[in-house]
Design a protein around this ligand. Structure first.
Ligand code: HEM
Length: 473
């Protein structure tokens, strides 16, 4: 039974900001230079810590500290630990952060504290003693990898002559490649499968080898960018846009004529997602050295080796083997490649877009000092839409993205347990007056994405917003 709390009276946990001032001010520019194994600093709630000596003792492994090094790591710190872990921080304290590079949030609200306590209590009492372990997920991974190998083999050697069976094999290959992204890659990038940093690294590497896309780039974009700053313009790399862009997804983007009727052509463009991702991997790591506003730290030898050998292996198994060893023509090889890639891209893009870029989700913004007024956990719920909670098909086929708000609040828990903790979260939301969005079906959620694109494509959108605001006042 979840503990009963009075929403109004539960205090926030002691914040690191409450520690006495050190007398040493450190700017975000100085902090950013300490992002290597030789000098690893990070900030939590306005305090800067030198964790170089802790690198090899961190139970989550040294890589995670190195990813977070040189930046404000408050949100990932509070996400991946229980609040009590804050007690380990003071011994590494070296200074106070002078400014904010990216948005910062108020101390965890009573809702955040309660939902964390209740979910872990529920898991402990009713579900499992280890929320990072689920045999069911290993069965899914085994099924996914087997299907990738079987479909790849079938399209080259069982049905090499062409015909519908060969095309079907390409479709199946594309679908299960997307499943690698939604399951082993995604779980590993949130450290939600076992307690072993090596398991996370190895599962992550299968995305490099079998999808040709980088685990490390995903970590920066997703774990360090999208999750801490969901739907915040200029902070969440998932919603980064150029001006003008091909699509208008944020009200802060200026309007251009080509956005009119974007709901018709934008979804078509989602088909190039996989190819775009593979190319951007190289520019993000080697030329820009950042993903939108999330800086990339120096790569470890392991990550560099996996990155390049992954790209090479991908080209070899998807393009060289079909032509050189299976005797397929270059044209047929490219066509099969494209079919599989289109299926992967659409499956991934449409399931993602139906979660955040939709009608009712919020697009919060910080003040001029980069401070947010909303609690981080409450923002996670406000910027996210779930769908089809009662469908086992959508739960398995989307890697549990249909429980997206659950995932955003508890990414460190195996997705296998999302359906079991969702009721606890929804009940807590109700009690604290936090609105939880859930659509009945995937198609309703997708429809909401298309309607949102349509509305932002109209140049009357700003006028409508102003009228609404005026009415509300
Ligand atoms: C000031 C820096 C940090 C300190 C002092 C610290 C401390 C700790 C401690 C004491 C634990 C063991 C207790 C627990 O599991 O709750 C732990 C585990 C963990 N930490 Fe950290 N941590 C830091 C930064 C980070 C960052 C930046 C991340 C993520 C990017 C992270 C991810 C994890 C994970 C995933 C585990 C669980 C490992 C497992 O599954 O057993 N930590 N950390």
């Amino acid at each position: 039974m979840p503990a009963k709390l009075n929403p109004a009276s539960k205090p926030s946990p002691a914040s690191a900001r409450d520690l006495p001032s050190t007398g040493r001010l450190i700017t975000t520019a100085e902090l950013a230079t300490h992002n290597t194994p030789a000098s690893c600093w990070l900030a939590v709630r306005g305090k800067v810590y030198d964790v170089t000596s802790f690198l090899d003792r961190h139970p989550g492994g040294r890589d995670l500290l190195l990813f977070a090094a040189g930046r404000d790591a408050t949100q990932v710190f509070e996400t991946y630990h229980q609040f009590k872990v804050q007690g380990t921080l003071p011994k590494y304290l070296i200074g106070d952060l002078a400014d904010n590079e990216l948005p910062v949030f108020p101390a965890p609200s009573p809702f955040f504290v309660a939902v964390k306590e209740r979910v872990y209590e529920h898991l402990r009492t009713n579900v499992t003693s280890d929320p990072k372990w689920a045999v069911g997920m290993w069965v899914r991974y085994a099924g996914i990898y087997s299907m990738v190998v079987a479909a790849w083999y079938a399209q080259l050697w069982v049905w090499p002559q062409g015909g519908w069976a060969q095309w079907l094999a390409a479709v199946v290959l594309g679908f299960f490649c997307a499943q690698i992204g939604l399951n082993p890659l995604h779980d590993a990038s949130h450290f939600a499968v076992t307690h072993s940093p090596w398991v996370w690294k190895l599962l992550g590497a299968t995305h490099d080898y079998l999808n040709g896309a980088s685990y490390v780039v995903w970590i920066y974009q997703h774990m360090l960018g999208h999750h801490p700053y969901t739907n915040i313009p200029n902070a969440d790399p998932d919603i980064a846009t150029n001006e003008p862009d091909v699509r208008r997804i944020k009200a802060v983007q200026p309007w251009y004529k080509h956005y009119l009727h974007q709901e018709w052509f934008v979804p078509v463009l989602y088909g190039v997602l996989s190819i775009k991702t593979r190319i951007q991997d190289v520019t993000i790591l080697y030329t820009l050295k950042k993903n939108d506003n999330i800086r990339i730290n120096p790569l470890t030898a392991w990550h560099e080796a996996v990155f390049w050998s992954g790209k090479a292996f991908f080209v070899f198994y998807r393009l060289v083997v079909p032509v050189v060893f299976a005797g397929l023509s270059v044209g047929r090889t490219l066509a099969l490649f494209l079919v599989a890639d289109l299926v992967s891209s659409y499956w991934l893009a449409l399931t993602f877009q139906a979660n955040h870029v939709v009608e009712e989700t919020k697009w919060p913004e910080p003040n001029e000092r980069n401070e947010m007024s909303i609690d981080w956990a409450e923002m996670q719920v406000a910027t996210t839409q779930d769908y089809a909670h009662d469908s086992a098909f959508w739960t398995i086929a989307t890697g549990s993205l249909n429980y997206q708000a659950v995932h955003h609040l508890f990414p460190e828990i195996s997705q296998y347990y999302y359906p079991m903790i969702a009721p606890v979260i929804m009940k807590t939301c109700q009690e604290f007056g936090v609105k939880y969005l859930v659509q009945r079906t995937f198609w309703d959620a997708l429809g909401s994405h298309l309607k949102y694109l349509k509305v932002l494509g109209l140049n009357t959108h700003e006028e409508d917003l102003k009228k609404k605001e005026a009415k509300a006042q």
